[in-house]
Design a protein around this ligand. Structure first.
Ligand SMILES: Cc1cc2nc3c(=O)[nH]c(=O)nc-3n(C[C@H](O)[C@H](O)[C@H](O)COP(=O)(O)OP(=O)(O)OC[C@H]3O[C@@H](n4cnc5c(N)ncnc54)[C@H](O)[C@@H]3O)c2cc1C
Length: 385
């Protein structure tokens, strides 16, 4: 067990990075995680501190203030954030680095990169991705937020919901409909900024888990967005969404693997310490077998996830493997969390033990970033059905 052992695709250099991120997590995040969960918020300074260590720009070129690394460096960061003690903190940071800034890097003009990516890497501007709406989630083609062309730009009307980091975001990478074309055509992305007239956070949403992360409902009422804020090509937004899905799903799989690893460690420690009927509960076959089953789910998920990560990193079209990794790891993590609660008995149901929070946080996995059902649809089509 133990994140941190040398594992392909990671090298010694990645393991050094891992050690430094782990120290950061132990010093700057873990001691405060429980309080931030209670407060339903973590401070923006977390982004500044991450930036001061270079962690917000690991995969971006040095000319934008990044570290000149690649997705593997981000993979190490995501695994280590899994140990911060709050899925909400990991998700809040994750949304910024995993889903919101990559489209700006990939599709942004040089001017947009200077205006949004550079301050995002410095932790000065926080970014969110706004696709989901009250009326549509899985069916991206159903986006209704409308951008009507006017002199010098567009006027946007509509709403978004479930947007991670949306309450604090300085810029929302927003999917809008720019033409009446049906299906996936007619979608575009606009960079909508805090302070633009008519743009507001209509609600901070309460959730089952991820308590420390802010999840927003956003309203757009006659918001004028200048031409300079069009991200990528007009009416080619669906392509932009697809371009980052694989990475988002690998990142979710890595997070689930990291979480399972910690749940098993906690369960074994508890099973050795807790006594019942004159012996540690870990000496009962029922508990030992449960832990064995948890370990199999972890290793199967890890193998599939690292396999997908390697293919993705080497530039292969890894839709099948990434989809499988996302599907398997998210459900496995929920099952492992449930087993961890069971092993902890009543204590597992209590707030003071991390397993209770992990179980709530992990339930998002089979829903976010494409639901289990959508993953199966993708796989079914890949198999020729
Ligand atoms: C905490 C949280 C954070 C989020 N963060 C973001 C964010 O930052 N940005 C963002 O844009 N979105 C975000 N989302 C939204 C998330 O991506 C969507 O919730 C998810 O894609 C599912 O969409 P939906 O909720 O509209 O469910 P629906 O699409 O309405 O699905 C409801 C049910 O129907 C099933 N279903 C739908 N279509 C099919 C089908 N073809 N076949 C079989 N079953 C189907 C689904 O699998 C699901 O079980 C977040 C959600 C949550 C809960």
């Amino acid at each position: 067990m133990g994140a941190g052992r040398l594992e392909p695709p990671f090298t010694d250099e990645h393991e050094e990075l891992r050690a430094s991120i782990r120290r950061f997590v132990e010093r700057e995040l873990r001691p405060y995680a429980a309080r931030w969960e209670e407060e339903r918020w973590f401070p923006n300074e977390v982004f500044e501190k991450l930036a001061a260590n270079g962690f917000l720009g690991l995969k971006y070129p040095e000319r934008y203030g990044g570290e000149g690394g690649d997705y593997l460096h981000d993979a190490v960061l995501i695994e280590e954030l899994g140990g911060c003690g709050s899925g909400g903190v990991a998700a809040g940071i994750g949304a910024h680095i995993t889903i919101a800034t990559p489209p700006i890097f990939k599709f942004g003009s040089e001017e947009q990169k200077q205006r949004f990516l550079v301050p995002a890497i410095r932790g000065e501007k926080i970014a969110a991705l706004g696709i989901t709406e009250p009326g549509t989630g899985s069916d991206v083609a159903g986006v209704r937020t409308r951008a009507t062309p006017v002199d010098g730009g567009w006027v946007v009307n509509g709403s978004k919901t479930f947007i991670t980091g949306g309450v604090r975001a300085d810029v929302v990478v927003t999917a809008v409909k720019t033409s009446d074309e049906g299906g996936h055509g007619g979608l575009s992305f606009l960079l909508i900024e805090k302070g633009m007239d008519g743009f507001s956070v209509s609600k901070k949403l309460e959730k089952l888990g991820w308590h420390a992360s802010d999840t927003a409902e956003l309203a757009f009422q006659d918001v004028f967005v200048p031409e300079a804020n069009l991200l990528g090509e007009e009416n080619r937004g669906f392509y932009l969404i697809m371009a980052n899905f694989q990475w988002e799903r690998i990142a979710m799989a890595l997070g689930a693997v990291a979480a399972m690893e910690r749940l098993i460690e906690a369960s074994v420690a508890y099973a050795l310490e807790r006594q019942a009927f004159g012996r540690p509960i870990g000496k009962f076959q029922a508990i030992r077998h449960k832990v064995a089953g948890m370990a199999v789910k972890l290793e199967a998920s890890r193998s599939l996830t690292y396999h997908a990560l390697r293919l993705f990193h080497d530039g292969y079209d890894a839709i099948r493997e990434v989809t499988m990794a996302k599907l398997m790891s998210q459900r496995a993590a929920c099952e492992v969390a449930d087993d961890a609660i069971q092993i902890h008995g009543g204590a597992g149901y209590m707030r003071e033990y991390d397993v209770e929070r992990a179980a709530r946080d992990l339930r998002l996995g089979p829903i976010g970033g494409g639901t289990d059902e959508i993953m199966k649809e993708i796989l079914g089509r890949q198999l020729g059905l």
